[in-house]
Ligand binder design. Structure first.
Ligand code: ZN
Ligand code: ZN
Length: 354
């Protein structure tokens, strides 16, 4: 039995440059229907916040991670999302490989945040892409960061104004360069887990009579989320449930879902071999062939990619079956129409056929 939990792994509070408290973030997460939310403030691990927060009978598991970067580096680059270390590691920020090694030593997971992050000079926002690609040992990539994509559209004041009022129109999918990078890493034999995040700050913006909170928490928690599959259910004990969630995330038992056009809950990607079964993140031996199965919560354009190459696409289907006989990393993408655009909707983690 597989259980699915939806959460958001990248958010900022008043402990760094976000504008909401942990309680406000938890409340927004409950209202958006999330099961868990992780606060990842810049270069500070905030201890003592983890636990379930309640609103009536609804609850959300609030957890604390951290987003670490070298604050002295010029220009600013290389943001790393860190989870499950239960200690402050920002002091290792100067050397990204050393930082990744320390995260591993502390038993944590780490993800390259917004690997591509275009500048928005009109708003004084720099390019915070990852540049030190020779590093190894990280858990994965944040393939879809809502904030980075939003930033990429802020090239003129009228567009910025339009998107401030209708931010849903800014989201179309991960940057192609990021997916290419991920696929190259997968094709080279590495296991790289994909996650998606809001990077919520909920910043107030004022210009003359114009006053608006840019990308409020609750809006973002209904947008790009990470859906985690666990073998055991969450039980309501914060420590037990935290370990369950991050155990699955570390193995790639998760997918990135854009829940704004339609909920992606219920998406499944699995594999059936002669005598083995696998879900996202698992390996399965190819032997005489492996049948990949895709199940989508609604009709969409479904594609299967093998080491980055699109091997099969189905138009408007909610199920797909495909038999493979070559080893490699297989992943699924689903696209749908939303706000006049062809939009990325679901990005599965790979099943590794060996
Ligand atoms: Zn960042
Ligand atoms: Zn961030």
């Amino acid at each position: 039995m597989i259980h699915e939990y939806v959460g958001n792994l990248h958010n900022h509070s008043i402990y760094s440059d976000g504008h909401g408290s942990h309680d406000q973030i938890a409340l927004a997460a409950i209202q958006a229907g999330l099961d868990f939310v992780v606060v990842t403030d810049h270069n500070v691990w905030v201890d003592g916040m983890d636990g379930y927060r309640f609103l009536g009978k609804k609850r959300v598991l609030l957890l604390t991670g951290e987003e670490i970067h070298d604050q002295v580096r010029d220009p600013q680059k290389n943001h790393l999302l860190v989870f499950e270390t239960q200690e402050e590691l920002a002091t290792y920020a100067a050397d990204p490989q050393n930082l990744i090694n320390e995260v591993k030593r502390a038993g944590g997971l780490c993800f390259i945040a917004h690997p591509v992050d275009p500048a928005a000079p009109l708003f004084g926002e720099g390019d915070l892409s990852w540049v030190d690609w020779e590093v190894s040992g990280y858990t994965g990539l944040e393939i879809w960061n809502f904030m980075s994509e939003f930033k990429s559209h802020l090239s003129s004041l009228p567009t910025a104004f339009l998107l401030a009022y209708s931010p849903k129109r800014s989201a179309q999918g991960p940057f192609p360069e990021v997916l290419e990078r991920w696929d190259q890493l997968l094709a080279s034999g590495k296991r790289i887990v994909a996650i998606g995040g809001a990077d919520a700050h909920a910043a107030p913006y004022r210009k003359g009579p114009f006053k608006r909170t840019i990308l409020p928490y609750e809006f973002l928690f209904r947008a790009v989320n990470t859906h985690v599959l666990t073998k055991n259910p969450l039980v309501g004990d914060a420590k037990h449930d935290r370990l369950q969630l991050f155990h699955s995330i570390s193995r790639g038992r998760c997918f990135v879902g854009f829940d704004l056009p339609a909920s992606t809950r219920g998406f499944r990607f699995s594999a059936q071999g002669a005598d083995n079964q696998a879900i996202m993140g698992d390996s399965i031996p190819v032997r005489s062939g492996v049948t990949l199965q895709v199940k989508s919560p609604r009709r969409a354009e479904l594609s299967i990619l093998h080491n980055g190459e699109r091997v099969r696409t189905w138009k408007e289907q909610d199920t797909a079956i495909y038999t493979v006989r070559s080893p490699g990393a297989y992943r699924v993408e689903a696209h749908i129409d939303f706000e006049g655009n062809r939009c990325g909707w679901i990005y599965s983690n790979p099943i590794y056929v060996t």
